[in-house]
Design a protein around this ligand. Structure first.
Ligand code: GLU
Length: 482
């Protein structure tokens, strides 16, 4: 018999921007599906109507697409198990919810919000844990019918069995046990007729034939409720894998306060999709080392072929922006120049450079890419080529205005003016020849020239700077000191 097809899902609630944690969940599911040649489903969990943000789904799909994560079924890609928006599946939830009530696994409750508030207050006063006190379990059938007939608003709650151990084996965390007495009689169906996350999630995972649930660790506390529901329906429980929390370097939970968490912001700052995917994949996962070497750079295809759940760590994963910057720089340095140029063009706008002179812009990009952690650093890094009339800093004046340096400038200027076209190799040669002819060598030669040409002590390769400036600007700059 053939193995069951792997089907995994990413089930976001469309509440705005895409959090890096969501991207990590989506990516792990995607990698898992592609690794096992299964299906990756996107399901929109939009049953909490108060949290919905217009355009959030389109934005999410767009972000995933930009990063190269495609899906097999979901919004705008109907499959056999749709609709893929929970808000369009209400009748399914209602049907199953009725079945739960019918079979004694769930019950109607009619408390008003005020009554629930009062209950909570009393529990707080008594120093007890706040939870629904299960009072509606005691309603008689007649009382329930009477309330329903009189149109009293109601919710449906899960009838959690008492004194039971609820146990499951998580593929990442191992065996996890819960005491059912600690599990709340969770609302399953709200008074507005919408299901809660728990009911809809379990029903959909079953209906959509999900085989593995890969999601963030923060959902573990929901598992006992879900297991009770699976059991009540008599359904198989998908294999669960709860992936570790994302942490700040100080080990606190990753939050907006300490920096960016929105994937859109990372993209806008000029992190390349390959770097983002590579970095996010390593948040809690790592393939086994080969010959003791820890490898960090992986293409999407390599991630797919290496990804397995048993290599997901159970402890928190630190989000280290320095590592992301390092990784992005690695990708920028090694990227195909034409492709990098296409991505970089927006960052050259307003630079004062001629945007039609693509050859020159590419040369500039190639010169500075080694210094770029992000593409949005381009404007700052090209200033050195575009600034007009810089002053020589006081500390360097002596170095510039001395006999040797002036000899160098004069000789070099003549060579530049007498050259045909300026090239990197050509300029290197001119510098060497200038050294030979003037007897000025090494640092005494290069440093004054660099400062004379840029006003700065450090920067890109001198011959590249010379080529970017061109003959005219070079000779006029050198003449300034003579
Ligand atoms: N809707 C939940 C979320 O926003 C899904 C959790 C799950 O994957 O079960 O993350």
């Amino acid at each position: 018999m053939s193995e069951k097809e792997v089907r995994v899902r990413f089930a976001p609630s469309p509440t705005g921007f895409v959090h890096v944690g969501s991207l990590r969940t989506a990516l792990f599911n995607y990698l898992f599906a592609r690794h096992f040649k299964g299906k990756f489903v996107i399901r929109i969990e939009d049953t909490d109507r108060t949290r919905i943000v217009d355009g959030a789904v389109e934005n999410l799909i767009n972000v995933l697409k930009k990063l190269g994560i495609d899906y097999d079924e979901g919004p705008m890609k109907e499959g056999d198990y749709g609709p893929y928006y929970q808000s369009e599946r209400l009748s399914i939830y209602k049907k199953y919810c009725d079945e739960l009530i019918e079979n004694g696994y769930a019950y109607y409750a009619f408390e008003t919000p005020e009554e629930l508030e009062e209950m909570k207050k009393m529990q707080q006063l008594e120093g007890k844990q706040t939870a629904y006190d299960r009072r509606a379990r005691n309603l008689t059938k007649e009382e329930v019918n009477e309330n329903l007939n009189s149109g009293k608003p109601f919710v449906v709650r899960l009838k959690v069995p008492l004194n039971q151990e609820i146990k499951f084996t998580d593929a990442v965390k191992g065996i996890i046990k819960f005491d059912s007495n600690q599990v709340d009689d969770q609302v399953l169906l709200k008074s507005d007729g919408f299901p809660t996350y728990h009911l809809a999630n379990v029903i959909d995972d079953h209906e959509m034939k999900i085989t593995h649930i890969i999601r963030g660790e923060e959902w573990i506390t929901s598992v006992p409720k879900h297991i009770l529901l699976y059991n009540a329906f008599g359904w198989d429980i998908p294999q669960m894998a709860h992936v570790p929390l994302l942490l700040n370097p100080d080990k606190s939970k990753l939050s907006k306060r300490q920096g960016d968490v929105a994937v859109e912001d990372f993209i806008n700052k000029g992190y390349l999709k390959e770097a983002l995917i590579n970095f996010v994949a390593l948040l809690g996962w790592h393939p086994s080392e080969k010959d003791g070497v820890v490898r960090e750079i992986f293409s999407m295809d390599e991630l797919i072929s290496n990804f397995t759940i048993d290599r997901v760590q159970s402890s928190g994963a630190v989000f280290n922006i320095d590592k992301l910057n390092w990784m992005n720089n690695e990708y920028i340095k090694n990227y195909d120049l034409d492709n990098l140029f296409d991505l970089s063009l927006p960052y050259f706008e307003n630079s004062g450079l001629d945007l039609n002179d693509t050859e020159k812009l590419k040369f500039i990009l190639n010169t500075i890419r080694v210094y770029l952690d992000r593409l949005d650093m381009i404007p700052e890094k090209i200033k050195i080529f575009t600034k007009e009339n810089f002053e020589i800093p006081d500390e360097f004046k002596e170095l510039i205005y001395n006999e040797n340096s002036l000899k160098v400038f004069k000789t070099l200027k003549d060579k530049v003016e007498n050259s045909d076209e300026l090239t990197v190799d050509g300029f290197k040669q001119m510098l060497n020849d200038t050294g030979k002819e003037t007897g000025v060598k090494g640092k005494n030669l290069f440093k004054p020239v660099r400062i004379a040409l840029t006003g700065e002590e450090h920067g890109p390769e001198l011959p590249n700077i010379a080529v970017i400036y061109g003959k005219e600007k070079l000779s006029s700059l050198l003449s300034k000191y003579l």
